[in-house]
Design a binder for this molecule. Sequence first.
Ligand SMILES: *[C@@H]1O[C@H](CO)[C@@H](O)[C@H](O)[C@H]1NC(C)=O
Ligand SMILES: *[C@@H]1O[C@H](CO)[C@@H](O)[C@H](O)[C@H]1NC(C)=O
Ligand SMILES: *[C@@H]1O[C@H](CO)[C@@H](O)[C@H](O)[C@H]1NC(C)=O
Ligand SMILES: *[C@@H]1O[C@H](CO)[C@@H](O)[C@H](O)[C@H]1NC(C)=O
Ligand SMILES: *[C@@H]1O[C@H](CO)[C@@H](O)[C@H](O)[C@H]1NC(C)=O
Ligand SMILES: *[C@@H]1O[C@H](CO)[C@@H](O)[C@H](O)[C@H]1NC(C)=O
Length: 354
Amino acid sequence: MLQRLLLAAVLCLIGFSAAGKVCGRPRQVENAVFRPGRVVYNPQDVVTYSCNLGYVKDSGNDKALCLILGNWEHATLQCKRQQCPKPGALENGTVRYTDITYQSIIYFSCHEGYRLRGANESQCLVSGAWSAPFPVCEAVTCPHPQIPDLGRLEFYKPREGNLSFYQDVVQYGCQLNYALIGSENATCRANGTWTPIPECRAVKCQRPTEIPNGYMSFAPYRKYDYKEAVTYGCNPPYTLVGSRTSYCDKDGEWTQKPLCQAPCHVPTPKANVLHNGRKTRVDEISRQQIQHGDVITYYCKNKIEKCAYTVESRCHDGNFTVPACYKKPGVFSVFTTDPSDMVPCPEASQQSAI
Ligand SMILES: *[C@@H]1O[C@H](CO)[C@@H](O)[C@H](O)[C@H]1NC(C)=O
Ligand SMILES: *[C@@H]1O[C@H](CO)[C@@H](O)[C@H](O)[C@H]1NC(C)=O
Ligand SMILES: *[C@@H]1O[C@H](CO)[C@@H](O)[C@H](O)[C@H]1NC(C)=O
Ligand SMILES: *[C@@H]1O[C@H](CO)[C@@H](O)[C@H](O)[C@H]1NC(C)=O
Ligand SMILES: *[C@@H]1O[C@H](CO)[C@@H](O)[C@H](O)[C@H]1NC(C)=O
Ligand SMILES: *[C@@H]1O[C@H](CO)[C@@H](O)[C@H](O)[C@H]1NC(C)=O
């Protein structure tokens, strides 16, 4: 009984001493607001904090209590910015981002030859989830390649489902006697289409024509098919330059025919020269005639140094020029040394002699 009385007295005392004490506004918590908002609070009043939009509770107590003595037992709440899960790697693609907190955007792209299935971007929502599901990068496929009229697929290795992948190559051919115009290969492109396919075209050439100073293999008067060939030769003493055969080409024309080039007359009968690696006199060469492309090497004299040097001259389709330094032997040539018998000049002194 006494104990009860005592307790009542103590309570009365506390009530009395606290009478009239109130709390002011509780303190601010960063990135948070509290409720209810009043000018004064009575002891035992509680305010509750909540994090601002885009922020979530990190740690602490979100309630503050107004105490009897007019002071607050503060909230310890800490708010942090909402964050979405870190995105993983995108297979055969790239994920670009600088931040993954609320409102940040991440971007998806695929490597060349892959196509994005799904969104190309995703935003971090207030809930902490990404706005769009994670996309995938699918390998680009090309359909079964088209086949040109009168053509066929020479090489084609389809993957499963009769499809081809990016950069796969098919090769085309044409039926016999049809010319393939364009590229013989087509490649599966990054946008799922093939590079342009070739065309197979019928090609006819006119009867091939003769060449000057030459002859042609037997060629009846008719049209000629693609790749049909004729062979040419030159009448002696003409020299054939180029390819002996010509064939009917894709453009309906014959490929480059050979040329028959004329031999040359060498006008210096008494000159001692080098011909075909042999020292000889020009009038010892049969009819003083050399073939197109042949070289005659003349000896010229350096009078000061008393030595000889050589100068080459080549026959070009009937044209032959004797080197300017060559001197015809004079009347008294028997008393002088022919340049071909003199000592060879050292490299340097040839220049000064010319
Ligand atoms: C695409 O991804 C797969 C699986 O990671 C890998 O085996 C393949 O090499 C990738 N392709 C390219 C072109 O990087
Ligand atoms: C993302 O896709 C949208 C619509 O699908 C398009 O307009 C936008 O250009 C794309 N962005 C990029 C970077 O490809
Ligand atoms: C592949 O496609 C071609 C042309 O469309 C068709 O003729 C062929 O039967 C297909 N092959 C398979 C295995 O589906
Ligand atoms: C066309 O493709 C075939 C087979 O892949 C290859 O051997 C050939 O070299 C290619 N031709 C050209 C002109 O690229
Ligand atoms: C595919 O790409 C090529 C060039 O790379 C372009 O010429 C062609 O028009 C494109 N085709 C489609 C269907 O986009
Ligand atoms: C040969 O010489 C003549 C006359 O100098 C010249 O008109 C002609 O073009 C030359 N021919 C060759 C193939 O050099």
